[in-house]
Design a binder for this molecule. Structure first.
Ligand SMILES: *Cc1c(COP(=O)(O)O)cnc(C)c1O
Length: 341
């Protein structure tokens, strides 16, 4: 069934962004984080396109996400490691775990191991084993592919970045790991953080976590929705829930098929903007769950059924809405059709 809202996805921009990040990674290989359904774009399509562009290392959160990619026969690492419940999936061999805890390491060894990655904590205190446990030999006997850690503040100029880098660098040569990996998208812009493999997510999808990437990274995603109704609002009348917008003069508005349940969050109320018939138009009133209103007074000939493109340049959209670029991408729900060009 044709959906009344769609994501226009630019496959060339996606591939180009990855190539740019690959180049910026220097001698290090460049992978891609495709967790959370490829940051909302559709993991299977994203991974297929990045594999065609030359990407060889993919990162997902859990085994459900890994199973979805199994038909593509890629090298997939599962960032959350392996629970008892995951062992049958892990044994099937379509992905390998990133072991995060001593319990996971023991579980993997007891099952006979096989290739794995390991996350070590260097100060974020999210997932990962302690550096001391590495020194104490916890990883001995593992078929360790990639030793990795994760940066807490790479999108800021924080002293923590250098602290994490040095903590990670001291592990070089102390394990049997074939490769070391530290940098996410923002980390790729920092000098000396690439090690052997980088793991960008956000910037592959058009997000810009640091100013260094402005201009180098292209937008990939444009949400579009159809006009359901065009109406005239006379001066003094209001629009939408809680009547937050009142017409100061007679106004032509269009109600379009998109709302906060589609990740067009309420922070865009009275602040967002769109392109209607090639002209910039403002969002007016509160964003509803499934609908929003735009002022189309300046666009005489746009009618029911016409498609409207929302302005969704990620850094601007994040600043306007008060959401992070990550939330904007991953919030785009299941009601869109996704159409790649
Ligand atoms: C999500 C994630 C990434 C990608 O981070 P971005 O900021 O989106 O580039 C890399 N590594 C790990 C461990 C992650 O969880």
């Amino acid at each position: 069934m044709p959906a009344p809202l769609r994501l226009r996805l630019d496959g060339d921009a996606l591939a180009q962004n990855w190539r740019t990040l690959d180049r910026m990674s220097g001698a290090a290989a460049c992978g891609a984080a495709v967790k959370a359904n490829g940051y909302g774009l559709g993991a299977l399509e994203v991974a297929r396109r990045l594999a065609d562009a030359g990407c060889r290392d993919f990162f997902v959160s859990n085994w459900q996400e890994a199973a979805e990619l199994a038909p593509l026969d890629l090298t997939v690492s599962v960032l959350h490691g392996v629970r008892d419940e995951d062992m049958p999936a892990a044994a099937a061999g379509f992905a390998r775990p990133v072991l995060n805890t001593a319990v996971q390491v023991a579980r993997w060894k007891a099952a006979g191991g096989g290739p794995c990655d390991v996350m070590v904590d260097t100060g974020m205190n999210r997932l990962g084993i302690a550096k001391d446990d590495v020194a104490a030999g916890l990883l001995d006997g593992l078929a360790l592919e990639t030793l990795m850690s994760h940066l807490a503040c790479a999108d800021e100029d924080s002293a923590m970045n250098a602290r994490q880098r040095s903590a990670f660098a001291t592990l070089a040569g102390t394990t049997s790991a074939r490769r070391m990996s530290l940098a996410n998208s923002a980390g790729i812009t920092l000098d000396g953080f690439a090690f052997d493999l980088t793991r960008p997510g956000l910037a592959v999808y058009g997000g810009i976590p640091r100013a260094e990437l402005t201009g180098a990274i292209q937008p990939v995603v444009t949400p579009e929705a159809q006009i359901l109704q065009r109406r005239r609002v006379v001066a003094g009348e209001s629009v939408g829930y809680n009547a937050t917008w009142t017409a100061s003069s007679d106004t032509e508005i269009a109600i379009i098929n998109l709302g906060y349940a589609d990740g067009y969050f309420r922070g865009f109320s009275d602040r967002g903007s769109a392109l209607a018939g090639g002209k910039p138009v403002p969002v007016i009133g509160r964003v509803s769950m499934d609908l929003l209103a735009i002022d189309v007074t300046a666009v005489a000939d746009i009618e029911e059924g016409a498609w409207i493109a929302l302005d969704f340049a990620l850094p601007d959209a994040a600043a306007l809405s008060g959401m992070s670029q990550y939330e904007l991408l991953t919030g785009m729900g299941a009601r869109y059709s996704r159409s790649w060009s």
